[in-house]
Write a protein that binds this ligand. Sequence first.
Ligand code: ADP
Ligand code: MG
Length: 704
Amino acid sequence: MSEKINVAEIFGTNVFNDAVMRERLPKKVYAEVRRTIESGAEMSQATADVVANAMKDWAVEKGATHYTHWFQPLTGITAEKHDSFVTAPVNGKTLLEFSGKELIKGEPDASSFPSGGLRATFEARGYTAWDCTSPAFLKEDATGKILCIPTAFCSYTGEALDKKTPLLRSMEALSDQAVRILRLFGNSAATRVTPSVGPEQEYFLVDREKYLQRKDLIYAGRTLFGAPAPKGQELEDHYFGTIRERIGAFMKDLNVELWKLGIPAKTQHNEVAPAQHELAPIYEEANIATDHNQLVMETMKKVAGRHGMHCLLNEKPFAGVNGSGKHNNWSLLSDDGVNMLDPGKTPHENIQFLLVLACIIKAVDIHADLLRESAADVGNDHRLGANEAPPAIISIFLGAQLEDVVKQLVETGEATSSINGGKLNTGVHSLPVLAKDATDRNRTSPFAFTGNKFEFRMVGSSDSIASPNTTLNAIVAEAFCEAADILEQADDFDRAVHDLIKKYLTEHQRIIFNGNGYSDEWVEEAERRGLPNIRTMVDAIPALTTDKAVALYEKFGIFTRAELQSRAEVLYETYAKAINIEALTMIDMAGKQIIPAVISYTTELASSMTAVTEACPEADVSVQKELLLEVSALLSETKVALSALQELQAEGAAIPGAEGMAHFYKDKIVPAMAALRAPVDKLEMLVDKEYWPMPSYGDLIFEV
Ligand code: ADP
Ligand code: MG
């Protein structure tokens, strides 16, 4: 228990980070690597060879046997294929080698990764290319120690087949445009602006033995049946509650594993739902934060197994209690240390901030559909719009202070005062001084300004954060570009920037909403404002291929039209496949476990009635009879719903084309699944627990 953990000592021990490179690489080589990382300069073969060799020596000293190009295909999880460092034996002995060529480029057989028609199976070639901006690391598990090299994954013809490539492209685009904005305000020092991202990860932990008794958790990652437990989250006694020993032991191990990987795990706490928890790391550059979040999810699963538990990352593992999300905190940091989302201390900084803010408001309003799509995944359909999560409508929360400033600007063209801002500035074009913490908290907004960053709360817990950040970067790059195009030409900059801020805020203020995002009134109000309310993943996908989206992404070289179309195709496929698995799982559970169990129970009831009547003809068996009637009625309802689902599933699986199939699954299969679940959940409340073939909600979330 009292075993000492020296965080400083273990932090980053499994990372080939800057300090290790500085120590192990010749000065000139190190300098060249830094140039490549910082400005994307091409690395010579000779340098790559030296780096590869140093990386291999470092890894082998730590006990590594293999290396892998670690990448993020469109499955949303990571992929790896291990190669050992072993070379062909000479005189029975092998040398361990790793060349610059092997470091820089890999060629995995790509035929089985989703490509959405970009690549036919016979031209399966796919390439992985080293992303030197994210450090290589060692993964430790039962396989041994594996040197993982973060890579981008592209087709033979250069189309992105992964999540990292567009993210990196979007970061470059955003940096170029953000630097233009900084220049307008006299900053000549900054050369690069990078999005900082801190994703707060929610998750559930359940007992592994119980997990193994639930086919829905095994195949679908969420419960497809389940009556509510007598207690839910109504007492609000789990949120920030004392962390129980078993969970604490898990968190401790998890932190150690993450720290070794150089992941700055920072906060941990119990979340709202029973058995739900959260981990937040300190923010990092978007690309690294994305890689790290994949590792966080993977490590959570691994460490939970060691503690006899299973980690559920699905967005809605249990009906009736909160689901899990991933709050994506996002800000913009220049290489000379300016957070462009920090209101700053002087009016001058304020004007820059207000322009940035106005650009973001405009971007989010124009591309609300794209942002919504970037947070869509199959599990999130059950979370968005449900009572605990942000609705499926994109809106921006600014807080009282900023909302007031926006209002003044829109109404009078001047903003001369600032609530809680302390100082008051008057003057023709001046703007008020803004205080960083003058905003209150709003937990119901999908996109909230929180002091010096935006928090995109719609993202699902199991999803990669690559797409949300790619989208954010892209839409903001476009808005910055349009603003810079105008302002760079202005004769009177002060006047022009003032007018532009006012124009953007006036045109796009409809996206700002500071009220309760969970209320029905907001849904109606949003409709009046003309804001899209896109309820499902399937309905969100078309946003990717509109002319507006294609123009945006092609302008900044982030996606080609073909890449966007392929992604839409992959998403339709993913949806249909996931729902198909859920439907088949329900069919399996209902047919093989639930119906037989209920039949056994009715038989027991019937024989009990006969036995009682035989022993004592005057005895009242009306309770058994009533129960028998009720259970039998629900049983036949279950059987009817099961047959209906089976028929629809067979019909759906035969539909050609992913888009049509996805629509069929959404419109026909999902309701049929709900129709099967309803009587089964009622039966669970009636049937003797001894007969029920799987652990209940109570067993799963209260007895971890
Ligand atoms: P909460 O939102 O739960 O109150 P915090 O605001 O402290 O918690 O931080 C949540 C996450 O936001 C953390 O991952 C943190 O590192 C990240 N974060 C804090 N500041 C920034 C920033 N300027 N840019 C991006 N992420 C940030
Ligand atoms: Mg937060």
